[in-house]
Structure formats: C-alpha cells, structure tokens
Design a protein around this ligand. Structure first.
Ligand SMILES: [Zn+2]
Length: 181
C-alpha cells in the first residue's frame, strides 16, 4: 500500500508584531519563555538591532575584583552600565542582558581598541636614579613616551615627586604602584 503523507504548511507568526512572516536567513530568531517558543520576524529583529546599535563603550578594569565592567551607549540614547562583561572569541557577552549579536561584536571591537591603547600606555621602563647629585625617576611607556621626574625625600623618608612635572594620569598611577612595591 502506498501511504500518503500530507504536507502541511506551518505558518510562522511573529510574537512581537503578530504578523505572519517567512524566515530570511538560515534560521529563526526565537525566545523561550514559560515553556513557549516565541518567534521574532526579521523586520522586528532588525528594528531591535537598529535601536540597540552600540555607539560607544567605556571599559574599566578593576583588578582583583570579579569581572571587568563596561558602560554601553546605544543609538536610541539608552545607556547600560556599568555592567560586568565576558569576552568571548569574537563578541562580548553581558550576563543577564539580551543584546543583538551585532552589538556584541561591535563591543568586542571597541574592547580590542581599548586593550591595545592600555598596552601602549604600560610602562616598559622604570628606573630610579638616586645618587649624591641626582634623584629622579625615568619612565618610558610601550608607545615610547618618556618621562623624567625629579623627586626628593620628605621628613619621614617618603618620596615626594616634583609637583611641577606634568604627567598623564596613567603614568602617575603606574609610578605610584612601582614606588609601593
Ligand atoms: Zn515582527
């Protein structure tokens, strides 16, 4: 016996705009909520993606305390953060927040630029010259910026940097760190 198997069209309905749609890419966007699969049509997805386009992000690394943090600025004017983030291979994940993949990829690009800048700012040379005639610190960053800061000893043997020397904040922080070591 020839068994007839009927083909039936499953209509896809968007959970956001309520309209029937055809999938555009190889797959479907969906959310799983209360045991239900909620579909999102390509139009609604694009609208969401467009609203949550990342315009800028500020990263802060708080060494020693959990995950690093980021503040994200979106095209629609909304600001998210500071929130903790996790760097994946080609995007950045914000635990607890649903963001379009394009936004997560953009965040990774911004993070890479931030990390590269941080690397340039790191001191590759730190030298303390403390002789009878001269007391100064020589510091050079990975970017090649050089700084010479005179210092003297205070009443309790503490080092006092010449206040007339102009230093970027990131250089000063590293020098203070080295002086504590
Ligand atoms: Zn829709």
């Amino acid at each position: 016996m020839f068994q007839q198997k009927q083909r039936t069209l499953l209509e896809l309905k968007c959970s956001e705009c309520g309209k029937a749609f055809s999938p555009k890419n190889q797959g479907l966007w969906y959310r799983f909520l209360d045991g239900q699969i909620l579909l999102t049509c390509p139009t609604c997805y694009e609208k969401w993606e467009n609203q949550y386009e990342v315009i800028n992000a500020e990263f802060s690394d708080n060494p020693g305390y959990g995950l690093p943090m980021v503040t994200i600025y979106f095209k629609n004017g909304q600001v998210l953060g500071p929130v903790s983030y996790m760097a994946e291979n080609n995007h950045i994940e914000i635990p607890g927040y649903d963001l379009p993949m394009s936004a997560k990829i953009k965040l990774k690009e911004l993070a890479k630029a931030y990390w590269a800048e941080k690397e340039k700012q790191k001191l590759k040379t730190f030298r303390l010259v403390d002789t009878f005639d001269e007391q100064y610190i020589f510091a050079e960053t990975n970017a090649g910026d050089q700084y010479k800061i005179r210092f003297k000893y205070g009443r309790y043997g503490e080092m006092i940097l010449d206040p007339s020397t102009k230093l970027p904040e990131y250089v000063l922080k590293q020098i203070e760190q080295k002086m504590r070591e």
